[in-house]
Design a protein around this ligand. Structure first.
Ligand code: ZN
Length: 146
């Protein structure tokens, strides 16, 4: 690869990195907004229980508990998805113990968990048969050519 190609590649990689970190910041702010929403829902559940207790009828809080609990579960799922996206961008994966490690990690440095090699990652960029690099002599080589 020529010098300028390398230069160009380096520049576009840097641009990709910058774009990635902007994306990660964006995703992280979405996550913290959702976490705040979850806290709000916890407070709403608490208020509903408090009011119901004041009126000596805890069952009055049930509709609120159900509604806000469902919203919390949905928000948690959305947060999980956003966190997965971030890990994809950063080429990371999470261990069973919760530790986040680089995508090519084989053993968790925290708990020693052995990662099964992902077939997609294993096949990528290792061996590429260069069968087409050497073209077989064409059968029409007998054609007169001086
Ligand atoms: Zn681990």
């Amino acid at each position: 690869m020529g010098f300028f190609d390398k230069l160009k590649e380096g520049a576009s990689k840097a641009a990709d990195k910058a774009k990635d970190s902007v994306e990660v910041v964006r995703l992280n702010s979405q996550i913290s907004a959702k976490r705040k929403d979850i806290e709000k829902h916890y407070i709403q559940i608490g208020e509903a229980v408090f009011q119901a207790n004041l009126s000596h009828d805890l069952s009055a809080a049930e509709p609120a508990i159900t509604t806000f609990s469902e919203q919390i579960v949905a928000l948690q799922q959305e947060i999980d998805e956003l966190e997965e996206k971030i890990m994809e961008i950063k080429d990371e994966k999470d261990c069973v113990c919760g530790k986040v490690v680089p995508i090519d990690t084989k053993f968790c440095p925290s708990c020693g968990h052995k990662f099964e090699e992902a077939p997609a990652a294993a096949a990528e960029g290792t061996e590429e048969p260069e069968a087409e690099a050497v073209a077989p002599a064409s059968s029409s080589s007998e054609s007169p050519q001086q």
